[in-house]
Write a protein that binds this ligand. Structure first.
Ligand code: 0PR
Length: 367
């Protein structure tokens, strides 16, 4: 068998996005896919060779920075949100030199912070949440001490899409003289397009770094994460010498790294523009509302009214529901606190797909 035929068969065993309601990834925008293939051989690990691609990355960072309240932001396109979060915390740790560094994160933080504790040797302190599943700011305050290097706020939690009170976290960060990293891996490309402005970005003075992932709501190709810093000094804190390369220093975590994420991010932002992106977000939110209404007819109530296109519904036996749906080739996910089933309404989710899902789910529940 021809190898390509073999590969097509392999892909045929994957579940198509048209059955996926659990993922923060989506089908890349067609313009992203085209841009990706143009940059397939680029390696930003050696920017002296890929001069044009490097310039494009600077442009992309400045576009994302402008969207997030700071046109002078410094940063780069990483391999997803995990790397972005690692680098955000690593910069804070390197800049605020203490013997036994700790960071204070919300209990709702993504599991990438688990890895961060392990890799960076930073103690992870988890602050409790309030009744809306946002971080309880008074709990954060209790956990901060002289060894705290950074606080973390989440703008779009993985499980519920909730946004922490970044302004209040900012006050603590300023009082205590610690950095404030915002994990807006998901929300960073949703919140700027909402009619109601939620403060979460560099406009909050204390915010020092932001994770914002183009491969999630930016419809860029995987793996395009983004780490943005308030200014260049943070990148300097990440630098190592690269004696034999075309450039002398490297601030990224990975060495060899693709320019495809840079190109696909640029393509989507440039092609759609602010209004185009806003249209995509509006559509996702409309579909989220449709899903919530339909789920209510099945007797499911949302844990919180969704602010974004992530929603969880209270459910007894959430895991069993997830497994049974999976057997019917529908992918959803679950959360444990509170027990609920979770869905993410990405750009590939349309009204027809929701109707089909609800119809299958209804049948499953009747049996
Ligand atoms: N920060 C937040 C708030 C996230 O939700 C995620 C990923 C990350 C950081 C880490 O980003 P990377 O996965 O790019 O390193 N959240 C998704 C999740 O855990 C990731 C995901 C995406 C999982 C698609 C499954 C899937 O099909 O749900």
């Amino acid at each position: 068998m021809d190898v390509i035929e073999e590969l097509k068969a392999v892909r045929g065993r994957d579940i198509p996005y048209s059955r996926v309601l659990s993922s923060m990834c989506t089908v890349p925008h067609p313009v992203a896919a085209e841009a990706h293939s143009l940059f397939i051989e680029t390696n930003l690990g050696d920017p002296g060779i890929f001069v044009g691609t490097m310039e494009l990355e600077k442009k992309v960072i400045s576009m994302l920075g402008r969207l997030l309240g700071n046109k002078n932001a410094a940063g780069y396109i990483s391999s997803g949100g995990t790397e972005a979060n690692i680098q955000g915390i690593r910069a804070a740790r390197n800049l605020k030199k203490v013997d036994k560094p700790n960071i204070v994160i919300p209990k709702s933080a993504h599991f990438s912070f688990e890895k961060i504790g392990d890799i960076l040797g930073v103690e992870i302190r988890r602050a409790k949440l309030d009744e809306n599943y946002c971080v309880d700011v008074s709990e954060v305050e209790k956990l901060v001490d002289d060894n705290t290097v950074a606080l973390v706020g989440i703008a779009g939690t993985t499980e519920l899409g909730q946004v922490d009170d970044i302004k209040e976290l900012g006050k603590i960060a300023e009082d205590q003289n610690v950095f404030l990293h915002i994990d807006a891996a998901f929300g960073g490309l949703v919140l700027p397009f909402l009619d109601e402005k939620v403060p979460f970005d560099f406009e909050v003075r204390a915010v020092s770094s932001i994770t914002v992932d183009p491969h999630k709501m930016g419809m860029a190709t995987i793996p395009a994460g983004g780490i943005l810093f308030r200014d260049e000094t943070f990148l300097k804190a990440l630098e190592v010498e690269t004696p034999y390369l075309t450039t002398r220093f490297q601030y990224t975590l990975t060495g060899t790294r693709p320019g495809t994420g840079v190109a696909s991010t640029y393509a989507v932002l440039k092609h759609l523009g602010y209004d185009g992106m806003k249209g995509i977000v509006r559509e996702c939110l409309r579909n989220t509302r449709t899903l919530v209404e339909e789920m209510k007819t099945l007797g499911f109530e949302p844990v919180v009214e969704p602010v974004m296109n992530v929603v969880s519904f209270h459910a007894r036996d959430a895991s069993r529901l997830k497994d049974e749906l999976y057997r019917r080739r529908w992918v959803i996910s679950t959360i444990r606190e509170p027990e609920a089933i979770r869905m993410v309404i990405m750009p590939h989710v349309n009204e027809e797909m929701i109707k089909e899902f609800i119809s299958d789910f209804r049948q499953m529940l009747i049996r």
